[in-house]
Design a protein around this ligand. Structure first.
Ligand code: IDC
Length: 337
């Protein structure tokens, strides 16, 4: 009786374990994962480097807003992202407004903590995205940002896979306003997690200023006074073409960049896909080893949500059957390097 009870408990426990793709001969099962292979990252010149000081290009997915699509982040979908898509990184999008963090800090912090653990278990980098958007000036949420990142950095300081993004898409704010915000936030995080890489959004909705009629020169001439920091760039290929591409191309050799969001469609995250421009961007990013996370890993109705509507209610996420065209394309670009 006791014996069969024990066997049953063991079986139940093993059913909960994430899928292992590592060969049984490997002594450390976590070794053959993105974090196992690369360890703690740091900024080296304009690139992101692994613990052996080799440049790495991370590729992966951004969640949708956690307040709406947390149910798309479950064992089967995260296993698919790690093992079938072969992603390196999960961007965890914590909206501040629109029903996000500000409405229940404890609940949302807990949710982010759990997702960090899920990413860590699978050997993925966890990009913690403070998804401020409206209001666009990150200074408007400064007190909340300090509170949130203090808790996250305190709790996860001993992990080697956390990247902090302190501002998703600043808008309606000058570059110097963002720089001032960053220079207040960086010490708050580094007080708890000194070796962490920190990302900060650029002006004009992370367009390097282009959407504000500005340019990357604002940043190059007046960089954030901090080490181990990268600037973010977002593009939606059907909306943001030559002018945006040119700014990215000019900036790539001057400042450390990471594309924390892109879509193959318009800036609404919806509409037709422009795979020609998407390919042009991704080829360029690969040539410069600039990492990226695609928007978004959910089954929202819009074309940029990779899963067909209703997928997240089930447990079938691997392969292409449940994917919209953008999902098929992006999965392919993550899997096939
Ligand atoms: C969109 C979501 C949509 C939501 C809207 C406003 O897809 O459900 O109603 O935000 O919160 C961004 C933003 C990102 C946007 C995305 C697509 O960072 O929050 O998501 N986008 O519009 N920048 C450019 C495009």
């Amino acid at each position: 009786m006791l014996h069969s009870l024990l066997a049953g408990a063991l079986l139940a426990a093993s059913a909960l374990l994430p899928l292992q793709t590592t060969p049984a001969s490997t002594s450390d099962p976590a070794a053959d994962t993105p974090v196992g292979r690369n360890g703690q990252l740091h900024v080296c010149g304009t690139k992101l480097c692994n613990e052996r000081n080799e440049p790495v290009q991370l590729r992966g997915m951004s969640t949708h807003g956690l307040q709406w699509y947390a149910h798309c982040l479950k064992t089967a979908s995260l296993d698919a992202l790690a093992n079938d898509w072969k992603a390196d990184i999960l961007r965890i999008s914590l909206y501040v407004q629109e029903g996000g963090y500000e409405t229940d800090p404890a609940r949302f912090t807990n949710l982010v903590n759990n997702l960090i653990e899920e990413a860590t278990r699978r050997g993925l980098y966890a990009l913690v995205d403070w998804h401020q958007l409206d209001p666009g000036d990150p200074n408007a949420n400064l007190t909340l940002a300090k509170q949130f990142f203090t808790e996250i950095a305190e709790r996860h300081q001993n992990k080697n896979n956390i990247i902090y993004d302190i501002a998703n898409e600043p808008n309606g704010v000058s570059w110097s306003g963002i720089k001032s915000y960053a220079e207040q936030m960086v010490p708050v995080i580094r007080a708890k997690d000194p070796d962490s890489v920190i990302f900060v959004g650029t002006h004009g909705w992370a367009s390097l200023g282009v959407s504000d009629g500005r340019s990357e020169a604002d940043i190059i001439n007046n960089p954030v006074n901090a080490s181990n920091l990268m600037y973010t760039f977002h593009f939606y290929a059907a909306s943001h073409k030559q002018e945006y591409f040119d700014a990215l191309a000019r900036a790539a050799d001057r400042i450390p960049l990471f594309v924390t969001e892109f879509g193959t469609q318009t800036y609404t995250g919806d509409g037709g896909n422009d795979f020609t421009w998407s390919q042009k961007y991704l080829d360029f990013l690969a040539s410069k080893q600039i990492g990226w996370t695609n928007w978004n890993f959910s089954d929202d109705f819009r074309s940029g949500a990779v899963f067909k509507q209703g997928t997240c209610n089930g447990n079938d996420f691997a392969g292409t059957a449940m994917l919209k065209p953008a999902g098929v394309w992006v999965r392919d670009h993550i899997r096939n390097r």
